[in-house]
Design a protein around this ligand. Structure first.
Ligand code: 13P
Ligand code: SF4
Length: 308
């Protein structure tokens, strides 16, 4: 089947099975095109709550599909590729975080949404990269332990200096691999370009940026800006989507290494097979026990309450 035929077949099967497709913006163009909802992890969490469909197919990584399941437990949530995980989500152990909480009970634990459900279950509030600063500012508490991403945590600390924010050593292996030298080289090669960076990059890289923000923040900034050239300091797919959406502007990926292998595992044939598998029982479904959903959902609800 040619690509557009496969896309048409997917659109037909979506209707037949009453399925909505959510795709994170790091997904490939052909997947974004057949999705009902696209965006960063905060937007997709809110979308997941408001969807009118029996089934959700989540094109992204595991913690995102799990979050959608927690927010819409009455719906069936499927992933086209069961191996698509985020390594950062597995970096911290729920028992160790519980012990740290017990040792310092006045300090609230803020978890980046890139965390497993069992880790979320022991945290006080979740944040995403677009909502972290706003939520930490709004929290009724001055002492915070921010996990697992110390780079996003450092960005929050710089923007909320009035609070005592402790960090642990964790982060995104893709964004954190980008060095200050690479950033300076990209800026020297494109002196007229604005430099837009995701807060998962290390502080020496974000310090060089004209704008630091989430995936959607970067896309909105570039679309609305009067500037004509941009260096994009996040997953390379964002430069591709922006180039497609704003053909009169120029987008340069900060580095060819900014590729999230896990986000790239999902293909259009995987989405097609998942839609077929919903009826045959062969699709990979996110299944979670009710207690885990109830425990982990508290900190997602708190995120939506403070971030809304
Ligand atoms: P966003 O919050 O920008 O969607 O980021 C999610 C993510 O995994 C970035 O690496
Ligand atoms: Fe996880 Fe980094 Fe991939 Fe985002 S880019 S999903 S944080 S590994």
């Amino acid at each position: 089947m040619k690509m557009h035929e496969l896309q048409e077949e997917i659109i037909r099967l979506k209707k037949e099975t009453n399925t909505a497709i959510l795709a994170h913006s790091y997904q490939a163009r052909e997947i974004v095109e057949i999705a009902d909802f696209t965006g960063d992890s905060y937007k997709l969490s809110v979308d997941a709550m408001n969807i009118d469909a029996d089934n959700i197919i989540f094109c992204g990584v595991h913690f995102m599909a799990e979050t959608a399941k927690m927010l819409s437990p009455q719906k069936r949530v499927f992933m086209p590729c069961k191996d698509a995980g985020c390594p950062m989500a597995e970096q911290m152990d729920a028992d160790i975080i519980s012990q740290l909480k017990a040792a310092d009970p006045d300090r609230k634990v803020v978890a980046y949404v890139n965390a497993t459900a069992s880790l979320k279950a022991v945290c006080d509030v979740c944040v995403t990269s677009s909502s972290a600063v706003k939520i930490v500012k709004a929290m009724d508490c001055d002492k915070i332990l921010f996990i697992p991403d110390c780079n996003l945590g450092d960005f929050v600390r710089r923007n909320v200096p009035e609070k005592d924010i402790k960090l642990l050593q964790g982060g995104c292996p893709v964004h954190a691999s980008i060095t200050e030298t690479e950033a300076l080289k990209a800026k020297a090669e494109h002196p007229d370009a604005l430099f837009l960076v995701h807060p998962e990059c290390v502080p020496k890289v974000t310090a060089l940026a004209d704008y630091v923000g989430s995936t959607s923040g970067i896309m909105d900034f570039a679309a609305k800006s009067d500037a004509k050239e941009f260096i994009i300091g996040t997953e390379t797919s964002i430069s591709e989507h922006l180039q497609y959406e704003c053909p009169d502007k120029k987008f340069y990926p900060l580095s060819k290494n900014l590729v999230c292998r896990n986000m790239k595992l999902t293909t259009l044939p995987d989405v097609y097979n998942t839609l077929k598998g919903i009826t045959t029982g062969e699709a990979f479904e996110i299944l979670m026990d009710d207690k885990l959903i109830a425990d982990a959902r508290k900190c997602i609800d708190e995120m939506i309450r403070l971030g809304g």
